[in-house]
Write a protein of this length. Structure first.
Length: 152
């Protein structure tokens, strides 16, 4: 009787984990589409401020997708993961500004608003790539969980 009870529980877990993994793949595909929609968009003849705002908005969109990953798949470490992610984002912005404006030459000649805009845009692309890496890793974990027949 105990063996039958354990078998029923095991089968219930299998069906739940297979459902969870199916949802995992669907949800990650949804997040991937959401990340794809995080694009820099502004009208022709946009001001520098409009371009900067558009780049920050696209970066914020990608950051939002990253945070959704943490809230769903990093629940045990969500707070620490978000802190690390936020720290990384700050470093991306600092690095991009340093890249375009940090050299001796740049400090003398590249101090116009165009270089600030370039740095913000570069940051957006780096943030988006970072979130793509998280999505890729979660896809790998999803597939691995499916093979092991466990849920995420």
């Amino acid at each position: 009787m105990l063996k039958i009870g354990l078998f029923v529980i095991y089968m219930g877990l299998l069906s739940t984990s297979s459902f969870a993994n199916s949802n995992c793949e669907d949800y990650l595909a949804h997040l991937e589409k959401e990340l794809e929609s995080c694009e820099i968009s502004y009208q022709e003849n946009a001001s520098t401020a409009d371009m900067n705002e558009a780049s920050y908005k696209a970066g914020d969109c990608a950051i939002k997708v990253g945070n959704q990953i943490f809230e769903t798949y990093y629940t045990a470490t969500a707070e620490d993961s978000k802190k690390l992610f936020d720290s990384h984002i700050r470093q991306i912005y600092a690095f991009s500004h340093h890249l375009y404006q940090g050299s001796d030459f740049s400090q003398k000649f590249n101090n116009g608003t165009m270089y600030n805009t370039m740095a913000i845009t570069e940051s957006y692309f780096a943030i988006k790539e970072l979130v793509k890496k998280y999505l890729k890793e979660m896809k790998n974990q999803c597939e691995e969980a499916k093979e092991l027949n466990v849920s995420l």
